[in-house]
Design a protein around this ligand. Structure first.
Ligand SMILES: *[C@@H]1O[C@H](CO)[C@@H](O)[C@H](O)[C@H]1NC(C)=O
Ligand SMILES: *[C@@H]1O[C@H](CO)[C@@H](O)[C@H](O)[C@H]1NC(C)=O
Ligand SMILES: *[C@@H]1O[C@H](CO)[C@@H](O)[C@H](O)[C@H]1NC(C)=O
Length: 576
């Protein structure tokens, strides 16, 4: 039987574009100076590392705060909730937490490699005050950003940083410019109904997940530090009329830029075309260095780059089962990095309809819909850029967007070929993959561990139709009537590679993570953290920093075992 025969057994065609889920070309991950190409011209020199600061006292933001000096600022300095016209930022000071704060976790990589700071600083009062928002450096002009967005399909008007404050910009020793934000630092003019705070539970999740995504090789914002307090924050976690008091927390997070699709949308909607042009030019000049800044098609080129980067980002999400949960245009970065970690989730049992947001009943942002949502959001981006285009150029927008489909699909297949241990590219690979996924879906097998175990098992040693007991996820798959047929076809396909079993395993085991941030793992760490024990958070952080490497402690904790029964009933809420 060939793969196509086997596929025709599927009653529906699985290989349709956009119903496809994908992994990790590893770039931004390395410690060397190699970087994503959009940033490499910012690299002023080739990676010299002079020293890292042992003390925080002499650390400074950039002398010139580019955002605050480039863009119009809100003239009102009082911090109250309002509509803010004709500007991009309001100056907003963080509101210190009232009770004592402690720094309970930090990312060593962010501190050392991005902020040029040694771990010692985390024990100093200055640093803790800085990351909790109670001490603002004199070189800082703290800002909250005004943006808008389409939420759940509809234009939502002004949104903006409702609980985030940009502390400043820092250009590190490698010449990379980073924007530092506090999240959970109190009310801003954009807080709407909110109190501007973040609770421990959601802060732990964002802190861990953004670092986990980075180490999976997926473009993302980073998190430097997690601070907790005893400040009471009221939250109705499941929106069921049972609010309770939770603890306030703050994270320090970083990105090269926090601009979103919604940043442009609000300027276009409000006909602030001069600012729209200014923001577009800024983004091109700073982050899309291959675009000719005097070329007459520069905005179209920008659009085209964002379309393709977003398609590739979503393919990467699919490759690890990451489901963002709130793919609104205000949560989609212009640099196509993952931002705004809310009710996200990593799919466990393979189920294309997986939704992490417990109140998203219609499944708008399910795993399988993410690629479509990308198209929707990019269409909105096109509408926002329209006012600065000629009529002729406007006609190009839909053509550019049409390219998304094939970019997405190519990236998806590239990543999933690697997940299957294939170095070459053959016509029937889509079917091979589709059947593997279909078996996984029918048997409710674990997405992460099925790929991982397929890479760990010795296929040549499999003589009889039996999978050793310790491969729990493959064992579940093996209950399916197609499984062994699939294995035969897979082995035939591998013969075409002309490679060794060792090379197959090696590719798969550096592509398929053994550890992802499963909800139950986060939940366990959060429950401990609630009791002031942060060992769970720190252990998870350590494991997720090396998601491909077998870790005895992680094994003992069951991080690669069948998820516990109680995890099935966990609900993730969006009230954060
Ligand atoms: C950039 O565009 C301008 C105007 O179209 C053109 O004169 C110039 O040659 C271009 N530069 C490069 C490097 O392509
Ligand atoms: C963006 O996502 C966050 C967290 O995922 C969500 O709570 C929020 O509704 C979205 N943004 C805004 C401004 O609404
Ligand atoms: C989750 O989905 C529901 C229903 O679509 C929506 O009203 C809610 O705002 C979503 N949560 C977040 C954080 O956006």
């Amino acid at each position: 039987m060939s793969t196509s025969d086997l596929l025709s057994l599927c009653l529906f065609s699985y290989v349709v574009f956009l119903c496809f889920p994908y992994s990790g070309a590893v770039y931004s991950k390395s410690k060397e100076c190699k970087r994503l190409d959009i940033f490499d011209i910012i690299l002023r020199d080739k990676c010299p590392r002079t020293s890292i600061l042992q003390s925080f006292k002499t650390w400074r933001f950039d002398r010139r705060q580019v955002l605050a000096t480039t863009f119009p600022l809100d003239l009102i300095l009082q911090n109250y909730v309002r509509q803010v016209p004709k500007c991009l930022f309001s100056v907003v000071y963080p509101i210190p937490l009232k009770t004592e704060t402690s720094l309970v976790s930090y990312s060593e990589g962010v501190l050392n490699d991005i902020l040029d700071l040694s771990d010692h600083v985390t024990t100093t009062k200055e640093f803790v005050d800085f990351v909790s928002g109670s001490w603002v450096l004199s070189s800082s002009v703290p800002l909250s950003h005004r943006y808008g967005g389409h939420q759940f399909g509809y234009w939502a008007g002004q949104l903006g940083d409702g609980r985030a404050v940009m502390l400043g910009e820092y250009t590190n020793q490698r010449g990379e410019r980073w924007e530092l934000q506090l999240k959970g630092s109190g009310r801003t003019p954009y807080s709407r109904q909110g109190d501007g705070r973040a609770v421990l539970r959601s802060s732990v999740r964002e802190f861990l997940c953004s670092e986990a995504m980075f180490h999976l090789g997926i473009p993302t914002s980073r998190a430097a530090a997690l601070v907790v307090s005893d400040d009471p924050v009221m939250r109705d976690q499941f929106y069921d009329g049972h609010p309770r008091v939770e603890r306030g927390a703050v994270i320090l997070r970083l990105a090269h830029s926090w601009f979103r699709i919604g940043s442009l949308e609000i300027l276009a909607k409000n006909k602030e075309f001069q600012f729209l042009r200014q923001l577009l030019d800024f983004v091109i000049e700073n982050f899309f260095l291959h675009i000719n800044t005097t070329g007459k098609d520069k905005y179209l080129e920008l659009y085209s780059r964002i379309v393709s980067d977003t398609a590739e980002l979503i393919a990467q999400w699919q490759s690890v089962g990451f489901t963002h949960g709130v793919c609104n245009t205000d949560n989609f970065s212009l640099l196509s990095i993952t931002i705004d970690y809310g009710p996200f989730g990593f799919m466990e049992d393979y189920n294309p309809k997986f939704v992490p947001n417990s109140s998203d009943d219609e499944g708008r942002y399910s795993y399988e819909k993410q690629p479509d949502v990308g198209v929707f959001n990019l269409e909105k981006l096109g509408e926002a850029i329209k006012p600065v285009l000629t009529q002729q150029q406007q006609k190009q927008l839909p053509h550019i967007l049409k390219g998304y489909e094939s970019i997405y699909k190519d990236k998806f297949m590239k990543l999933f070929r690697q997940k299957l241990g294939l170095y070459t590219d053959k016509e029937d690979d889509e079917n091979l993959l589709a059947v593997f996924l279909k078996i996984m879906e029918d048997t409710k097998s674990d997405f992460t561990m099925s790929f991982r175990e397929l890479g760990e098992i010795d296929l040549l040693g499999l003589k009889t139709e039996a999978i050793p007991q310790n491969y729990w996820s493959l064992n579940t798959m093996a209950d399916h009537e197609w499984f062994w047929k699939w294995i035969i076809i897979y082995k035939k396909r591998l013969e075409l590679e002309g490679t060794t079993e060792k090379r197959r395993q090696s590719l798969m085991n550096k592509t398929n993570p053994r550890y992802i941030l499963r909800n139950w793992m986060a939940q366990e760490a959060i429950e401990k953290a609630d009791r002031n024990d942060f060992s769970g958070v720190n252990r998870l952080l350590g494991v997720l920093e090396r998601p491909m490497d077998l870790d005895p402690e992680a094994e003992r904790a069951g991080y690669s075992s069948r998820p516990p029964e109680w995890s099935k009933s966990l609900r993730v809420s969006c009230s954060s």
